[in-house]
Design a protein. Structure first.
Ligand SMILES: [Zn+2]
Length: 415
């Protein structure tokens, strides 16, 4: 079991401003991927899961930072186990190559490369691929034959790679940027390693979607920033970079994301209409104002109350309730509603690394799908609600007459 170290920031991680307003508190929670043995619960650590808005640049962020070294030590998720993700990244790399047409032998880098899922999408032997991955997942990428730099990416790391490998034509970072505390250092590192006409492509869940769709369970300690275009433009301008194109990216069941194309400020890429359109949309939405965030927080509290009320009512009527899937975000939700085994007996999960452990903070036993199916459950809280359609179609639990409780945006029972 890890011993977590945390710090409390006093300033915004993009602009350094100190005018920070806390708009949502999800309580004290353990890191959401910190699945533990039942015998370890007494020593479990919790940290505030509070979201702040920076009045200067508009960034939504956590200020309680659990050291990434500690969190990534426990990292158990291998991206390539998801076929939908593999297909998504293949589409992304194909479109970047079509757009940029980098010459053969160009250096292409994936930061936070996990098990090599994105690097594996490049045509074989055409480019020089390099992965940056501080977590143990990097060993799987190495086993697939990719060269891996086992470091956290920052200003120095970007400089070092440029010195050892030369400048990069393409740098990708998918679902990484929001996890980085020193985001300014990361951006400076990109500036250091990017070729004059190189492109940095990031994908990240979009703040406005999270708020409008009430995806509050995507808030957890690993996820330090809730990104929108306005603060990112501030960030990139500070280090001599420029966002020149933005697209919507549907990451399969992982939900909607933004794909942002960034170049050196002086590079020849014309700033695309999509950037000014999104600037205008964010301005109209009020990304820099506190109001939308406070309304969001109110809706989050209402949804939590409604969910508990729904489940208590079901139990009064004889329901037997489990939870289905144990993704990181499930733990945000379970901790926020302070679920325990009086509400949810077990969590069903197919990841062997989690089965036999208990959920962080709420200490609900995690069992295999088979054990869950044999348990006679009438209802299952669908924590992996982003896979609702898939599970409605394929789950033996549903075929046997079971019902899902879908928690967000408004708790409902399906089918
Ligand atoms: Zn700021």
């Amino acid at each position: 079991m890890s011993n977590y170290h945390a710090i409390k920031r006093e300033t915004c991680r993009i602009c350094g401003g100190s005018d920070l307003v806390r708009y949502l508190s999800l309580g004290e929670q353990p890191p959401s991927n910190a699945f533990i043995a039942a015998s370890e619960t007494a020593a479990e650590q919790r940290f505030p899961l509070d979201v702040y808005h920076c009045a200067t640049c508009g960034l939504s962020q956590l200020l309680d930072v659990v050291a990434a070294e500690d969190i990534f030590d426990d990292y158990v998720y291998l991206s390539s186990t998801s076929r939908a993700l593999c297909n998504h990244y293949q589409g992304m790399i194909d479109s970047i190559i079509a757009l940029l047409q980098p010459p053969p032998d160009s250096l292409v880098i994936d930061v936070g490369c996990n098990d090599g899922i994105t690097l594996n999408c490049y045509p074989k032997s055409t480019y020089r691929t390099l992965g940056v991955e501080p977590s143990s997942a990097g060993q799987y990428a190495r086993e697939r034959g990719f060269e891996i730099v086992e470091r956290f990416f920052n200003e120095q790391c970007g400089r070092d790679i440029a010195a050892s490998h030369g400048p990069a034509k393409i740098v990708t970072a998918t679902n990484v940027f929001a996890h980085v505390d020193d985001i300014a250092g990361f951006a400076a590192g990109v500036r250091n390693v990017l070729d004059d006409d190189g492109v940095f492509v990031i994908e990240f869940p979009y703040l406005v979607d999270m708020i409008e769709e009430l995806y509050f369970d995507t808030i957890y300690h690993e996820h330090l920033s809730y990104l929108s275009l306005a603060p990112l433009e501030h960030l990139f301008a500070d280090v001599g970079l420029r966002a020149f194109r933005v697209e919507r990216a549907e990451v399969g069941a992982s939900g909607p994301a933004l794909r942002l194309f960034v170049c050196r400020a002086e590079a020849g890429y014309e700033t695309h209409q999509s950037i000014s359109d999104m600037q205008a949309a964010e301005e109209a939405w009020g990304v820099g104002q506190i109001d939308a965030y406070e309304r969001f927080a109110e809706r989050v509290r209402e949804t939590g109350d409604a969910l508990v009320e729904l489940m208590r009512g079901l139990k009064t009527n004889g329901a037997k309730i489990a939870a289905y899937g144990a993704p990181a975000k499930g733990n945000t939700l379970l901790n926020f509603i302070q679920a325990d085994t009086s509400l949810i007996d077990v969590v069903a999960e197919n990841n062997d690394l989690k089965i036999g452990k208990v959920t962080p903070g709420t200490h609900i036993p995690i069992v295999s799908d088979d054990e869950f199916l044999a348990g006679g459950y009438t209802h299952a809280l669908l924590l992996a609600w982003n896979y609702l359609d898939f599970f409605l179609d394929k789950s033996p639990f549903i075929k046997d007459g079971g019902k899902f409780i879908v928690p967000v945006p408004t708790p409902v029972i399906r089918p």
